[in-house]
Design a protein around this ligand. Structure first.
Ligand code: MRU
Length: 407
């Protein structure tokens, strides 16, 4: 077991971008192949790829597949740039909160405009190369975040993390988990508390999977257990990622993060945010201006699951065979429950949603919350560690980092 066992989140091969399908991990490990920008957008909205830094590179890849496979009939640079802008607008409409997604398309658009005097064929190749460079840079940045963050942790650290700011939330290695992986390599991690992270369970499904593969000791808890493990003196630091950080240091991250930060203050525990500078949005004065994604009420009303069916007898195999003989089989179920069985590589897969709340309840489902800067002990980036007052320290962190937001 080692960090190397975690697969890369996404990669490019001959005009196709591949994604590990995170919507079904860890029980189903599909790889999705996209050759169109529309396909990449569907992967983003379906949360097959998620996590702010990964979304930034996925957005750039969406433009790269458009350039490589869908812009062939265009022969003028102005038309090409207009097509790129239109595709960029579709990509940024997928998810509103993680600024990295906007950063990814802006960097590609800017690069294309800066090189617009080149012959179009050459410009196309260079734009694709720029997207690939962004994927390569992501790992370097995360390793630097890991080193900068691990230096802050005590020996035998007992840590707590929320959601998944791991390798899967980036191209490779992760931000908050990058810090934990690095500290683990240095022999500094006694254990990690992993919040399950309702409603989409990125902690229980993805963070637990990554830590297990990397051999980091951890225990899974439900979100409402964090307060009690802190009160019992079993947490030395909390480390989370971020989806957008405003100029004053307010941090948008997965719903539930704010509660953890308040708990940290109450219990005298440092609350660290680990994020690349591409997560900064210095155009926003405070977190009040961050748009928070509202998601499907069904995430809260019930539970989604996926798994592989293992028939235990020839008669079960025959039953699954006949149910799926004409394609995926949707079971007729009451109360909106949904279970679909499909054939998959010589076996069978089940995907389902089971209602928990009574039908017809009203649901509020914001995917993110904003933690005010006053609760954040430090923000760890690839360029160093920023501390309050953030108005000044974030600008310094950004300078020379390649972050494209206005200072
Ligand atoms: O809805 P998700 O899964 O995209 O939300 C992800 C998070 O909130 C992560 O904590 C954040 O993007 C940081 S990832 C390095």
């Amino acid at each position: 077991m080692a960090i190397n066992d975690i697969p890369r989140t996404l990669w490019w091969e001959d005009g196709t971008v591949y994604f590990v399908d995170q919507s079904r991990l860890p029980l189903v490990g599909d790889v999705l192949a996209c050759t169109t920008a529309e396909g990449v957008c569907a992967v983003i909205t379906g949360m097959a790829v998620r996590g702010a830094p990964a979304l930034g590179v996925a957005a750039a890849m969406a433009l790269a597949v458009w350039v490589a496979n869908e812009s062939g009939s265009i022969d003028g640079t102005e038309q090409f740039l207009a097509g790129l802008d239109a595709t960029a607008d579709t990509v940024t409409a997928t998810r509103p909160t993680a600024v990295n997604l906007f950063w990814g398309v802006e960097r590609i658009k800017r690069f294309a405009r800066e090189n617009a005097d080149l012959p179009l064929a050459e410009l196309r190749d260079l734009v694709v190369e720029e997207a690939l460079a962004m994927a390569a840079e992501d790992e370097e940045r995360n390793r630097a975040i890991g080193r900068n963050g691990a230096a802050l942790l005590p020996e035998a650290a007992r840590l707590l993390t929320h959601c998944n700011a791991g390798s899967l939330a980036t191209v490779y290695f992760g931000t908050a988990l990058g810090v934990i992986f690095t500290a683990h390599e240095q022999g500094k991690v006694a254990g990690v508390w992993v919040d399950e992270t309702r409603p989409v369970l990125q902690g229980a499904r993805l963070t637990a999977w990554e830590l297990k593969l990397a051999g980091v000791p951890f225990r899974l808890i439900t979100d409402n257990m964090a307060a009690s493990v802190m009160r019992a003196g079993m947490v030395d630091a909390v480390i989370v990622g971020a989806d957008r950080i405003a100029a004053n240091g307010d941090v948008a991250n997965k719903i539930g993060t704010y509660g953890l930060a308040v708990l940290c203050k109450e219990h005298g525990i440092p609350f660290y945010v680990a994020a690349p500078t591409s997560t900064f949005d210095l155009t926003l004065e405070s977190g009040d201006d961050i748009r928070i994604e509202q998601r499907d009420p069904r995430e809260v009303e019930g539970v989604t699951f996926s798994g592989v069916l293992e028939p235990g007898s020839p008669s079960e195999t025959r039953a699954f065979e006949s149910l799926t003989s004409e394609g995926p089989y949707s079971m007729p179920l009451a109360k909106g429950h949904a279970i679909e069985i499909s054939r998959k590589g010589g076996g069978y897969q089940v995907d389902g949603w089971v209602r928990i709340a009574p039908p017809g309840v009203e649901v509020y489902n914001p995917a993110f919350d904003v933690t005010p800067a006053e609760y954040v002990t430090a923000i760890i980036t690839e360029t160093g560690v920023s501390r309050p007052p953030y108005g000044e320290s974030l600008s310094i962190a950004c300078a020379g980092s390649g972050a494209i937001h206005e200072l």
